[in-house]
Write a protein that binds this ligand. Sequence first.
Ligand code: CIR
Length: 262
Amino acid sequence: MTHPSFEFTHALSRVPAQSVTDGLRASDQGDPDPMAFAAEHGAYIAALREAGCVVNVLPSDEAFPDSVFIEDPALVLNGTAIVLRPGAETRLGEAAALRPALLEHMNDVVDLKTDGYVDGGDILCTDDRVLLGLSARTNVQGAEDLRPIVESLGYTLEVLQTPPEILHFKTESSLLDEGTVLATPALAASGAFKGLNVIETVAGEEAAANAIRVNDFVFLSAGHPKTAEKLEKAGYSLKVLNTSQAALVDGGLSCMSLRYSR
Ligand code: CIR
């Protein structure tokens, strides 16, 4: 029995480290400011709570500059946490560092055991499908290692290709409700979303595509007024959040929490 893919009782998050200034990024637009990042993160946690989640916030982990992006080292399906293998060298150790907290907070914990790589940011889940985009961080071996775990939890795994210019599959897509995704026109055109309705981000607002649906709300990053209007007209209730610090290190709304039900 699966939980609806956007209804969550809980979320797990991690305070941004001061070392986030050393976080990975595709292009340098300046370092995030740790104080401003902490404030941005605090508002994000408050929004998760307002949306009805019990949020457990883990202490920062200075050893891993990107550890605030807790979505990448784990995937939670039906209360079971799958410990992933992040594909960036500096991030692989985040998985082992997160494992004790997963044991504490999730119903069950299983490990991706072999040499493949999977980043949680490459995974979009519906009620019964797991869409996995191969990327610079997620490879075929990782996908095949994940397949039996996902199937044993009652989901099908569909392996797709994240376009090479995109960091993660979910950098440009999110689930809005069981049958609908928000995606950039480029990712929508890749044919990844068969059987789903797609609402496209408005030109120039591609970064809006990394949204999250949490219970009755869609969290949208600030600065995307036309996409916000489109979503409101389609009937979604928005919480608009500032993600400017996270964006400096290629992060967004989905990556700063693991959302789950138990
Ligand atoms: C990284 O490059 O891994 C981090 N600086 C950003 C990770 C963002 N995570 C995500 O989109 N799921």
